[in-house]
Design a protein around this ligand. Sequence first.
Ligand code: NAX
Ligand code: K
Length: 500
Amino acid sequence: MALPGDPLYDTAALRAIEASALAGQADPAILMQRAGRAGWQMARRCWPDARRIAVVCGPGNNGGDGYVLALQALQAGMDVRVVRLESQAPRTEAAQAMCAAFETAGGRIVHFDGALPAADLVIDALFGIGLSRAPDDATTALIEAISGHGAPVLALDTPSGLSADRGSVAGAAVVATRTLQFLAPQLGLRTGDGPDHAGALSLDTLGIARTCVTDARPAARRVDTHDLAHWLKPRRRNAHKGRHGRVLCIGGDHSTGGAVLLAAGAALRAGAGLVEVATQGAHVAPLLARWPEAMVRRTDNVSALAGAFEAADVVALGPGLGRGAWGHTLFEETLDAATANDRPLVLDADALNLLAARPRTLPAGVVLTPHPGEAARLLGVDTADIQRDRPAAVRALAARWNAVVVLKGAGSLVCAPGGVPWLIDAGNPGMATGGMGDVLTGIIAALRAQGHGAEDAAVCAALLHAVAGDRAAAQGGERGLLPGDLIDILRACANPGAHA
Ligand SMILES: NC(=O)C1=CN([C@@H]2O[C@H](COP(=O)(O)OP(=O)(O)OC[C@H]3O[C@@H](n4cnc5c(N)ncnc54)[C@H](O)[C@@H]3O)[C@@H](O)[C@H]2O)[C@@H](O)CC1
Ligand SMILES: [K+]
């Protein structure tokens, strides 16, 4: 069956796509011509009333695209200025040719002196996928002038200064109104800082053969609401509760009982057949009052759980576990028992911190759900290192722990060892609330219990979580969004097709 989602590419893959598209082409500048023309058509379509066009050109082929666009605009009778730093005259042969053609046609080039000319539209053709270092002071001033101009900004290929691979910004990057990507979609525009800089996204494949793209290895696959149906099929009519799996949630030390309550509720609403909770004695009654469908027991260690552990199809460990003696004991004993009984595990929150502090080999099929801070501890680096290159971080985590990893945060990434990461860019800032991760853990456990493999359960759960967050935010706004609001709406989202 075809994989769900849309592939996204990094710079290496885009270079390979370009090389295969150009193989056998007599004119290597053909793609630049098409890119500049596509940019001008997009500008006309989106801003038909713009008459004064400022085109900021850099020294590479992205600048070359800008000169082609500038010539097109000039020939259409617009008032066009190309603006560049004095030190950034075109350096590639193709860009030099496009610049010469613009000048020959009477086009004007001005050097940036701290301000851009008055314009109805600014074209950002400073850097594309060839960005290789943080911009210096003069370049930063130019980037800030583009973003602060006030007119709409159309970025060609990439908002200048943003890493097309990682979605990170070293120093400064253009904030565009729209970005027109060339050849194939870039991962960096969809993760990290990318969405805040790219604005609306468009793609022009520049007329290349489809196989040039399909032969390249994607850097990630992006899944969205409509992909839920790939995993969440209608149930068989003769279903019974035993068929939908049994989840055991372990956690909720004193003062953090709500975490395991949320995980259990999410597991129920994501369709687990049976949910059992092992927690501190004080939480048994409140948990039963909120979720009478759950089986709740007090526990001090796994031997007290014997039967529950063996009956469970999946064990979720971590929500509210804490790092005290109680959490420590349950952590060690659950991992021993899961290894001995071959039970799939979902590890979250303090189970991840305990794992980082006491590394051990994990049994097969584990799902880890770190936020960037937990991810940093699991790799022994700083949180900033994780955020600088989230795609590399999720791959490294999956390889280091031989587990499926959900790296949470804006643009969540899910990766199996040696695999291509999945990107979930649904979700919203309202979801940055304590307890949201517990809901995700419960959903993963429920899907795992219903028979999905570790990777399928993790990516589908992360998507379902984000979609539920967006639906809940659409109803009542982002500020004040609570994990419980997601649980309330989860059922509607977990039955795609039933509620069109
Ligand atoms: N790769 C492709 O498939 C195609 C590329 N085209 C365009 O060409 C772009 C790639 O061209 P290039 O490889 O020439 O790269 P860029 O034009 O993106 O930038 C590279 C140039 O900028 C300089 N540079 C990089 N970072 C800098 C910094 N921080 N401060 C100052 N200078 C810096 C480099 O020394 C080099 O001269 C694409 O993004 C796209 O816009 C299009 O013409 C058509 C197809
Ligand atoms: K650009």
